[in-house]
Design a protein around this ligand. Structure first.
Ligand code: CNA
Length: 365
């Protein structure tokens, strides 16, 4: 009996030791994972969801709809709005986006014979073979394109004193053309507006580059006669402009409303900006499809929450998805805010002005 007890005692002890050592190991693994997660969050400048305050989640919109957002804007006289945009706000101007099935650029790159579609925007590939990029640039260059009603809605937000900042991934310069002042604009992926020699860094203007690109030649630097002149757009493998990091650190913490339009929200670090507003800041998505929800890798690493349209979730109650065309969504918003006619008038007046300018330039040539 006592032998039996001894054996049972020994087994219990050894089980306890095993359990302790496995929980110690789990703790070490957990802390290692935690370190990796924090390191990644820091390196990628992603939002760290361990700092996310679940308790502060409260219902900030009367209803989770565009009407709820409109009431919220009307009730917050000095509402500070950040708008975030992607290629979808320019498709109605005639500029294709990347990822839309059949019309997106990624589906139409076969003619360039690329190793993979993204290569056209990769710096290493560009250094070796700049022709495909400049062939594509002829299609993308802001030649005769006019800003869309969505662009002018953003301008109206600024004119009404409600726009804290507009963050765009677009390189088409349509926000500038729509009259948004440069200080209100963050061109996160750079712009076609200016360019630089890759060898001697000599600066070039859009009109200089445009002339070469339209002639079908790769623009070569006239200073050093060697380097290729690359528009100041951010390629994969390049850093985002310092202005993006500096202003994002400052702006997102003070925004009262975030409006995201025409983006698949897949390109980082831009996509995770949605996590950088306060936890009680409503977020409105105007897009053809629902995007920006947490993906599996982020969930595994505990890195970002993304947009949460599921109202049953503990984080729910502030995100609204309005699915459809950006221009229609913006016109609807404007109407509900009482600016419907003003927006239509602004688009008409500005489009007439731009057409007159183009006609004057053509007749000069
Ligand atoms: P994307 O990945 O192509 O996604 C576009 C998103 O917009 C998709 O979710 C579409 O469903 C949606 N969409 C398309 N048209 C409309 C519309 N009319 N109304 C509502 N939703 C619409 O583009 P992202 O901007 O998210 O990807 C980031 C890339 C794209 C950036 O690096 C840009 O530089 C790059 N890009 C820019 C332009 C431009 O400057 N106009 C054009 C093509 C690509």
């Amino acid at each position: 009996m006592s032998e039996h007890n001894d054996d049972a005692e020994k087994e219990k002890k050894s089980n306890e030791e095993a359990a302790n050592s496995s929980s110690e190991q789990e703790e070490v693994e957990h802390s290692d994972m935690e370190k990796i997660r924090k390191y990644l969050a820091q390196m990628l400048r992603l939002s760290d969801s361990s700092n996310y305050d679940e308790q502060s989640q409260q219902r900030v919109l009367r209803e989770l709809s565009i009407d709820g957002v409109v009431d919220y804007i009307k009730e917050n006289e000095n509402c500070k709005i950040i708008t975030m945009a992607g290629a979808g706000i320019s498709t109605s101007a005639g500029i294709p986006d990347f990822r839309s099935p059949s019309s997106g650029l990624y589906h139409n790159l076969e003619k360039y014979n690329l190793p993979h579609p993204q290569a056209i925007f990769e710096l290493d590939f560009f250094m070796e073979n700049p022709e495909p990029f400049f062939t594509l640039a002829r299609e993308l260059l802001p030649e005769g394109f006019k800003p869309t009603p969505c662009h002018y809605f953003i301008r109206l937000l600024w004119e009404k004193g409600l726009l804290l900042r507009h963050y765009t991934q677009n390189i088409d310069t349509l926000e500038r053309m729509a009259g948004l002042p440069p200080e209100k604009l963050v061109e996160a992926h750079g712009t076609f507006h200016t360019g630089r020699c890759l060898k001697c860094r000599a600066p070039y203007t859009l009109s200089w580059m445009k002339e070469k690109i339209m002639e079908g030649v790769v623009p070569k630097c006239e200073e050093c006669n060697e380097g290729v002149v690359k528009p100041d757009i951010v390629f994969f493998g390049e850093m985002l402009p310092e202005r993006f990091h500096f202003l994002a650190d400052r702006d997102f913490a003070q925004a009262d409303l975030l409006i995201i339009m025409g983006s698949s929200l897949v390109v980082q670090p831009f996509a995770s900006l949605v996590d950088r507003v306060r936890s009680n800041c409503p977020r409105l998505l105007i897009n053809k499809e629902k995007v920006g929800m947490q993906d599996r890798l982020s969930r595994l690493l505990g890195l970002r929450h993304g947009l949460i349209f599921d109202t049953r979730s503990s984080h729910g109650g502030r995100d609204v998805a309005w699915l459809g065309d950006c221009d229609t969504g913006c016109q609807l918003l404007a109407e509900k805010l009482g600016w419907g006619d003003e927006l239509k008038e602004l688009v008409k007046k500005e489009h007439e002005r731009l057409s007159a300018e183009t006609n004057a330039e053509t007749s000069k040539d």
